[in-house]
Write a protein that binds this ligand. Structure first.
Ligand code: EPZ
Length: 417
């Protein structure tokens, strides 16, 4: 079983170009099937979640091939509208294909994505949006079947700004007759990236990044090339590692504005951060102080995906920091593993209190989920001695090559197959 081994306690220093964004490229890959032709995605990250999406595209009859970090999809030959259980189980966010398949074919079938390590992952808002756009949705026997005689645009409001439901609604609306106005849409930068991609295809989507997104459907589409936005959570992860271990890092190809709540927290903890439109520089002595309460929230609030890595960065800070996880029910599973390294964290429901300790000790730990695994990388970089991280398939879902990236910053880290 593969492990990542880190000899911690070393200053980190260097420059790193941030990978393409997992949470942008996954909906964009679903969106490629709206166009019965070719799309080329640049800076497409090599992730197991991307591999899972490529398997779904090929199952649907599309062609997909890699050239370096460019992925070319040809959806002309798409001939199926079902996503089988074994592909759904590989990646729960495959539900994002529902709206696009429905828009292309007027029919879509898939098994229920079910919950995950973070707790239940309901899709009621996704299905409600599709019904409002004119789809008949049957949920039976763990499966979902959608069909429509024609999607029709209309005004529809989400009861909460769900990222996935926003994306599914936008993709379905691209296949609807007339205009759709989506109210209380999620405002994440990844939604803006999806809109940019759809407009490159020729779709008429406006307003992404705000709470109201307008889509004029059934527009002619054409071949397109697109560069995926940088991964703001991968960026937050590497900034947290340098903040924890001490050192200096320049991240390039990243939009500073997408990270403002994370860099504000790291600055409050004592780091010096300078940001420009396409790079961020962070300097840290490694001796951090506790900060005010961290409340996760929909964008532009503090991102839930950065909660675990910021927690790991603060494990040796002076004082106590309160975290409140408002998005997912069960997103502190990394705490037990951090405790094995000497961390002092108490958890009660959605609240976690981190009390800084003078030192962390390397230990054998295992990833519980994607971002919990990333937190172990951050803690391992700051701990004295050797940390051996197992179950690293979780990390590979969202990070292209953390060993390569942390080694580029001077970490003593290796992959042990
Ligand atoms: C996306 O998940 C991201 N995944 C998640 O990143 C991220 O944590 C999340 O948005 C929040 O920012 C991708 O983009 C692939 P939501 P998604 O729908 O779309 C509830 C990572 O680590 N909800 O905004 O599933 C839901 O239970 C991953 O990269 C409903 O109740 O998130 C949750 O409590 C983890 N009904 C809240 O909304 C629904 O129909 C936010 O979920 C949908 C969601």
């Amino acid at each position: 079983m593969s492990q990542i081994i880190i000899q911690g306690g070393k200053r980190l220093e260097g420059t790193l170009r941030v990978q393409g964004a997992k949470n942008s490229v996954l909906p964009i890959l679903a969106a490629t099937i709206l166009h019965p032709g070719r799309t080329v995605l640049h800076r497409c990250p090599r992730l197991t979640d991307v591999d899972a999406s490529v398997r779904i595209l090929r199952h649907l009859g599309c062609e997909a091939k890699w050239e370096g970090d460019d992925l070319t999809v040809d959806a002309a030959g798409m001939s199926r509208w079902d996503v089988p259980d074994h592909l759904m189980r590989e990646m729960r966010s495959s539900v994002i294909f529902l709206g696009a398949i429905l828009a292309r074919f007027g029919w879509a079938e898939m098994s229920y994505p079910g919950g995950c390590e973070l707790g239940p992952r309901p899709i009621d808002l996704h299905l409600d949006a599709l019904r409002k756009l004119g789809a008949e949705v049957l949920e039976e026997g763990g499966g979902i079947r959608c069909e429509t005689k024609g999607l029709r645009g209309r005004e529809l409001a989400l009861s909460l700004p769900s990222v996935g439901a926003t994306e599914n609604a936008i993709l379905a609306a691209c296949g609807a007759e007339g205009e759709t106005v989506l109210i209380n849409a999620a405002r994440e930068p990844e939604i803006v990236d999806l809109q940019r991609f759809l407009r490159a295809l020729g779709c008429d989507v406006r307003g992404a990044g705000s709470s109201t997104v307008c889509v004029r459907g059934r527009r002619p589409t054409h071949d397109a090339e697109y560069t995926v936005m940088p991964d703001r959570i991968a960026a937050a992860t590497y900034l947290s590692a340098v903040a924890a271990a001490g050192g200096e890092v320049e991240l390039t190809g990243v939009d500073y504005r997408h990270l403002s709540t994370v860099t504000a927290a790291l600055q409050e903890a004592g780091c010096r951060v300078a940001g420009e439109p396409d790079r961020v520089v962070l300097r840290s002595t490694g001796a951090l102080r506790a900060i005010g309460t961290v409340q996760t929230a929909p964008y532009p609030g503090f991102p839930t995906d950065a909660q675990a890595v910021l927690m790991a960065a603060l494990l040796r800070s002076r004082g106590s920091t309160v975290f409140v996880e408002n998005i997912f029910e069960n997103r502190y599973r990394h705490v037990d593993e951090l405790r094995r390294m000497g961390a002092s964290v108490s958890v009660a429901g959605r609240v976690a209190v981190v009390t800084g300790v003078p030192r962390l000790c390397g230990a054998a730990v295992r990833c519980t989920d994607l971002r919990g695994g990333a937190a172990l990388l951050v803690a391992g970089a700051a701990a004295e001695g050797e940390t051996a991280i197992s179950e690293i398939h979780h990390i590979r879902r969202g990070y292209e090559d953390p060993v390569r990236d942390l080694r580029a910053l001077g970490a003593e880290i290796r992959l042990e197959e």
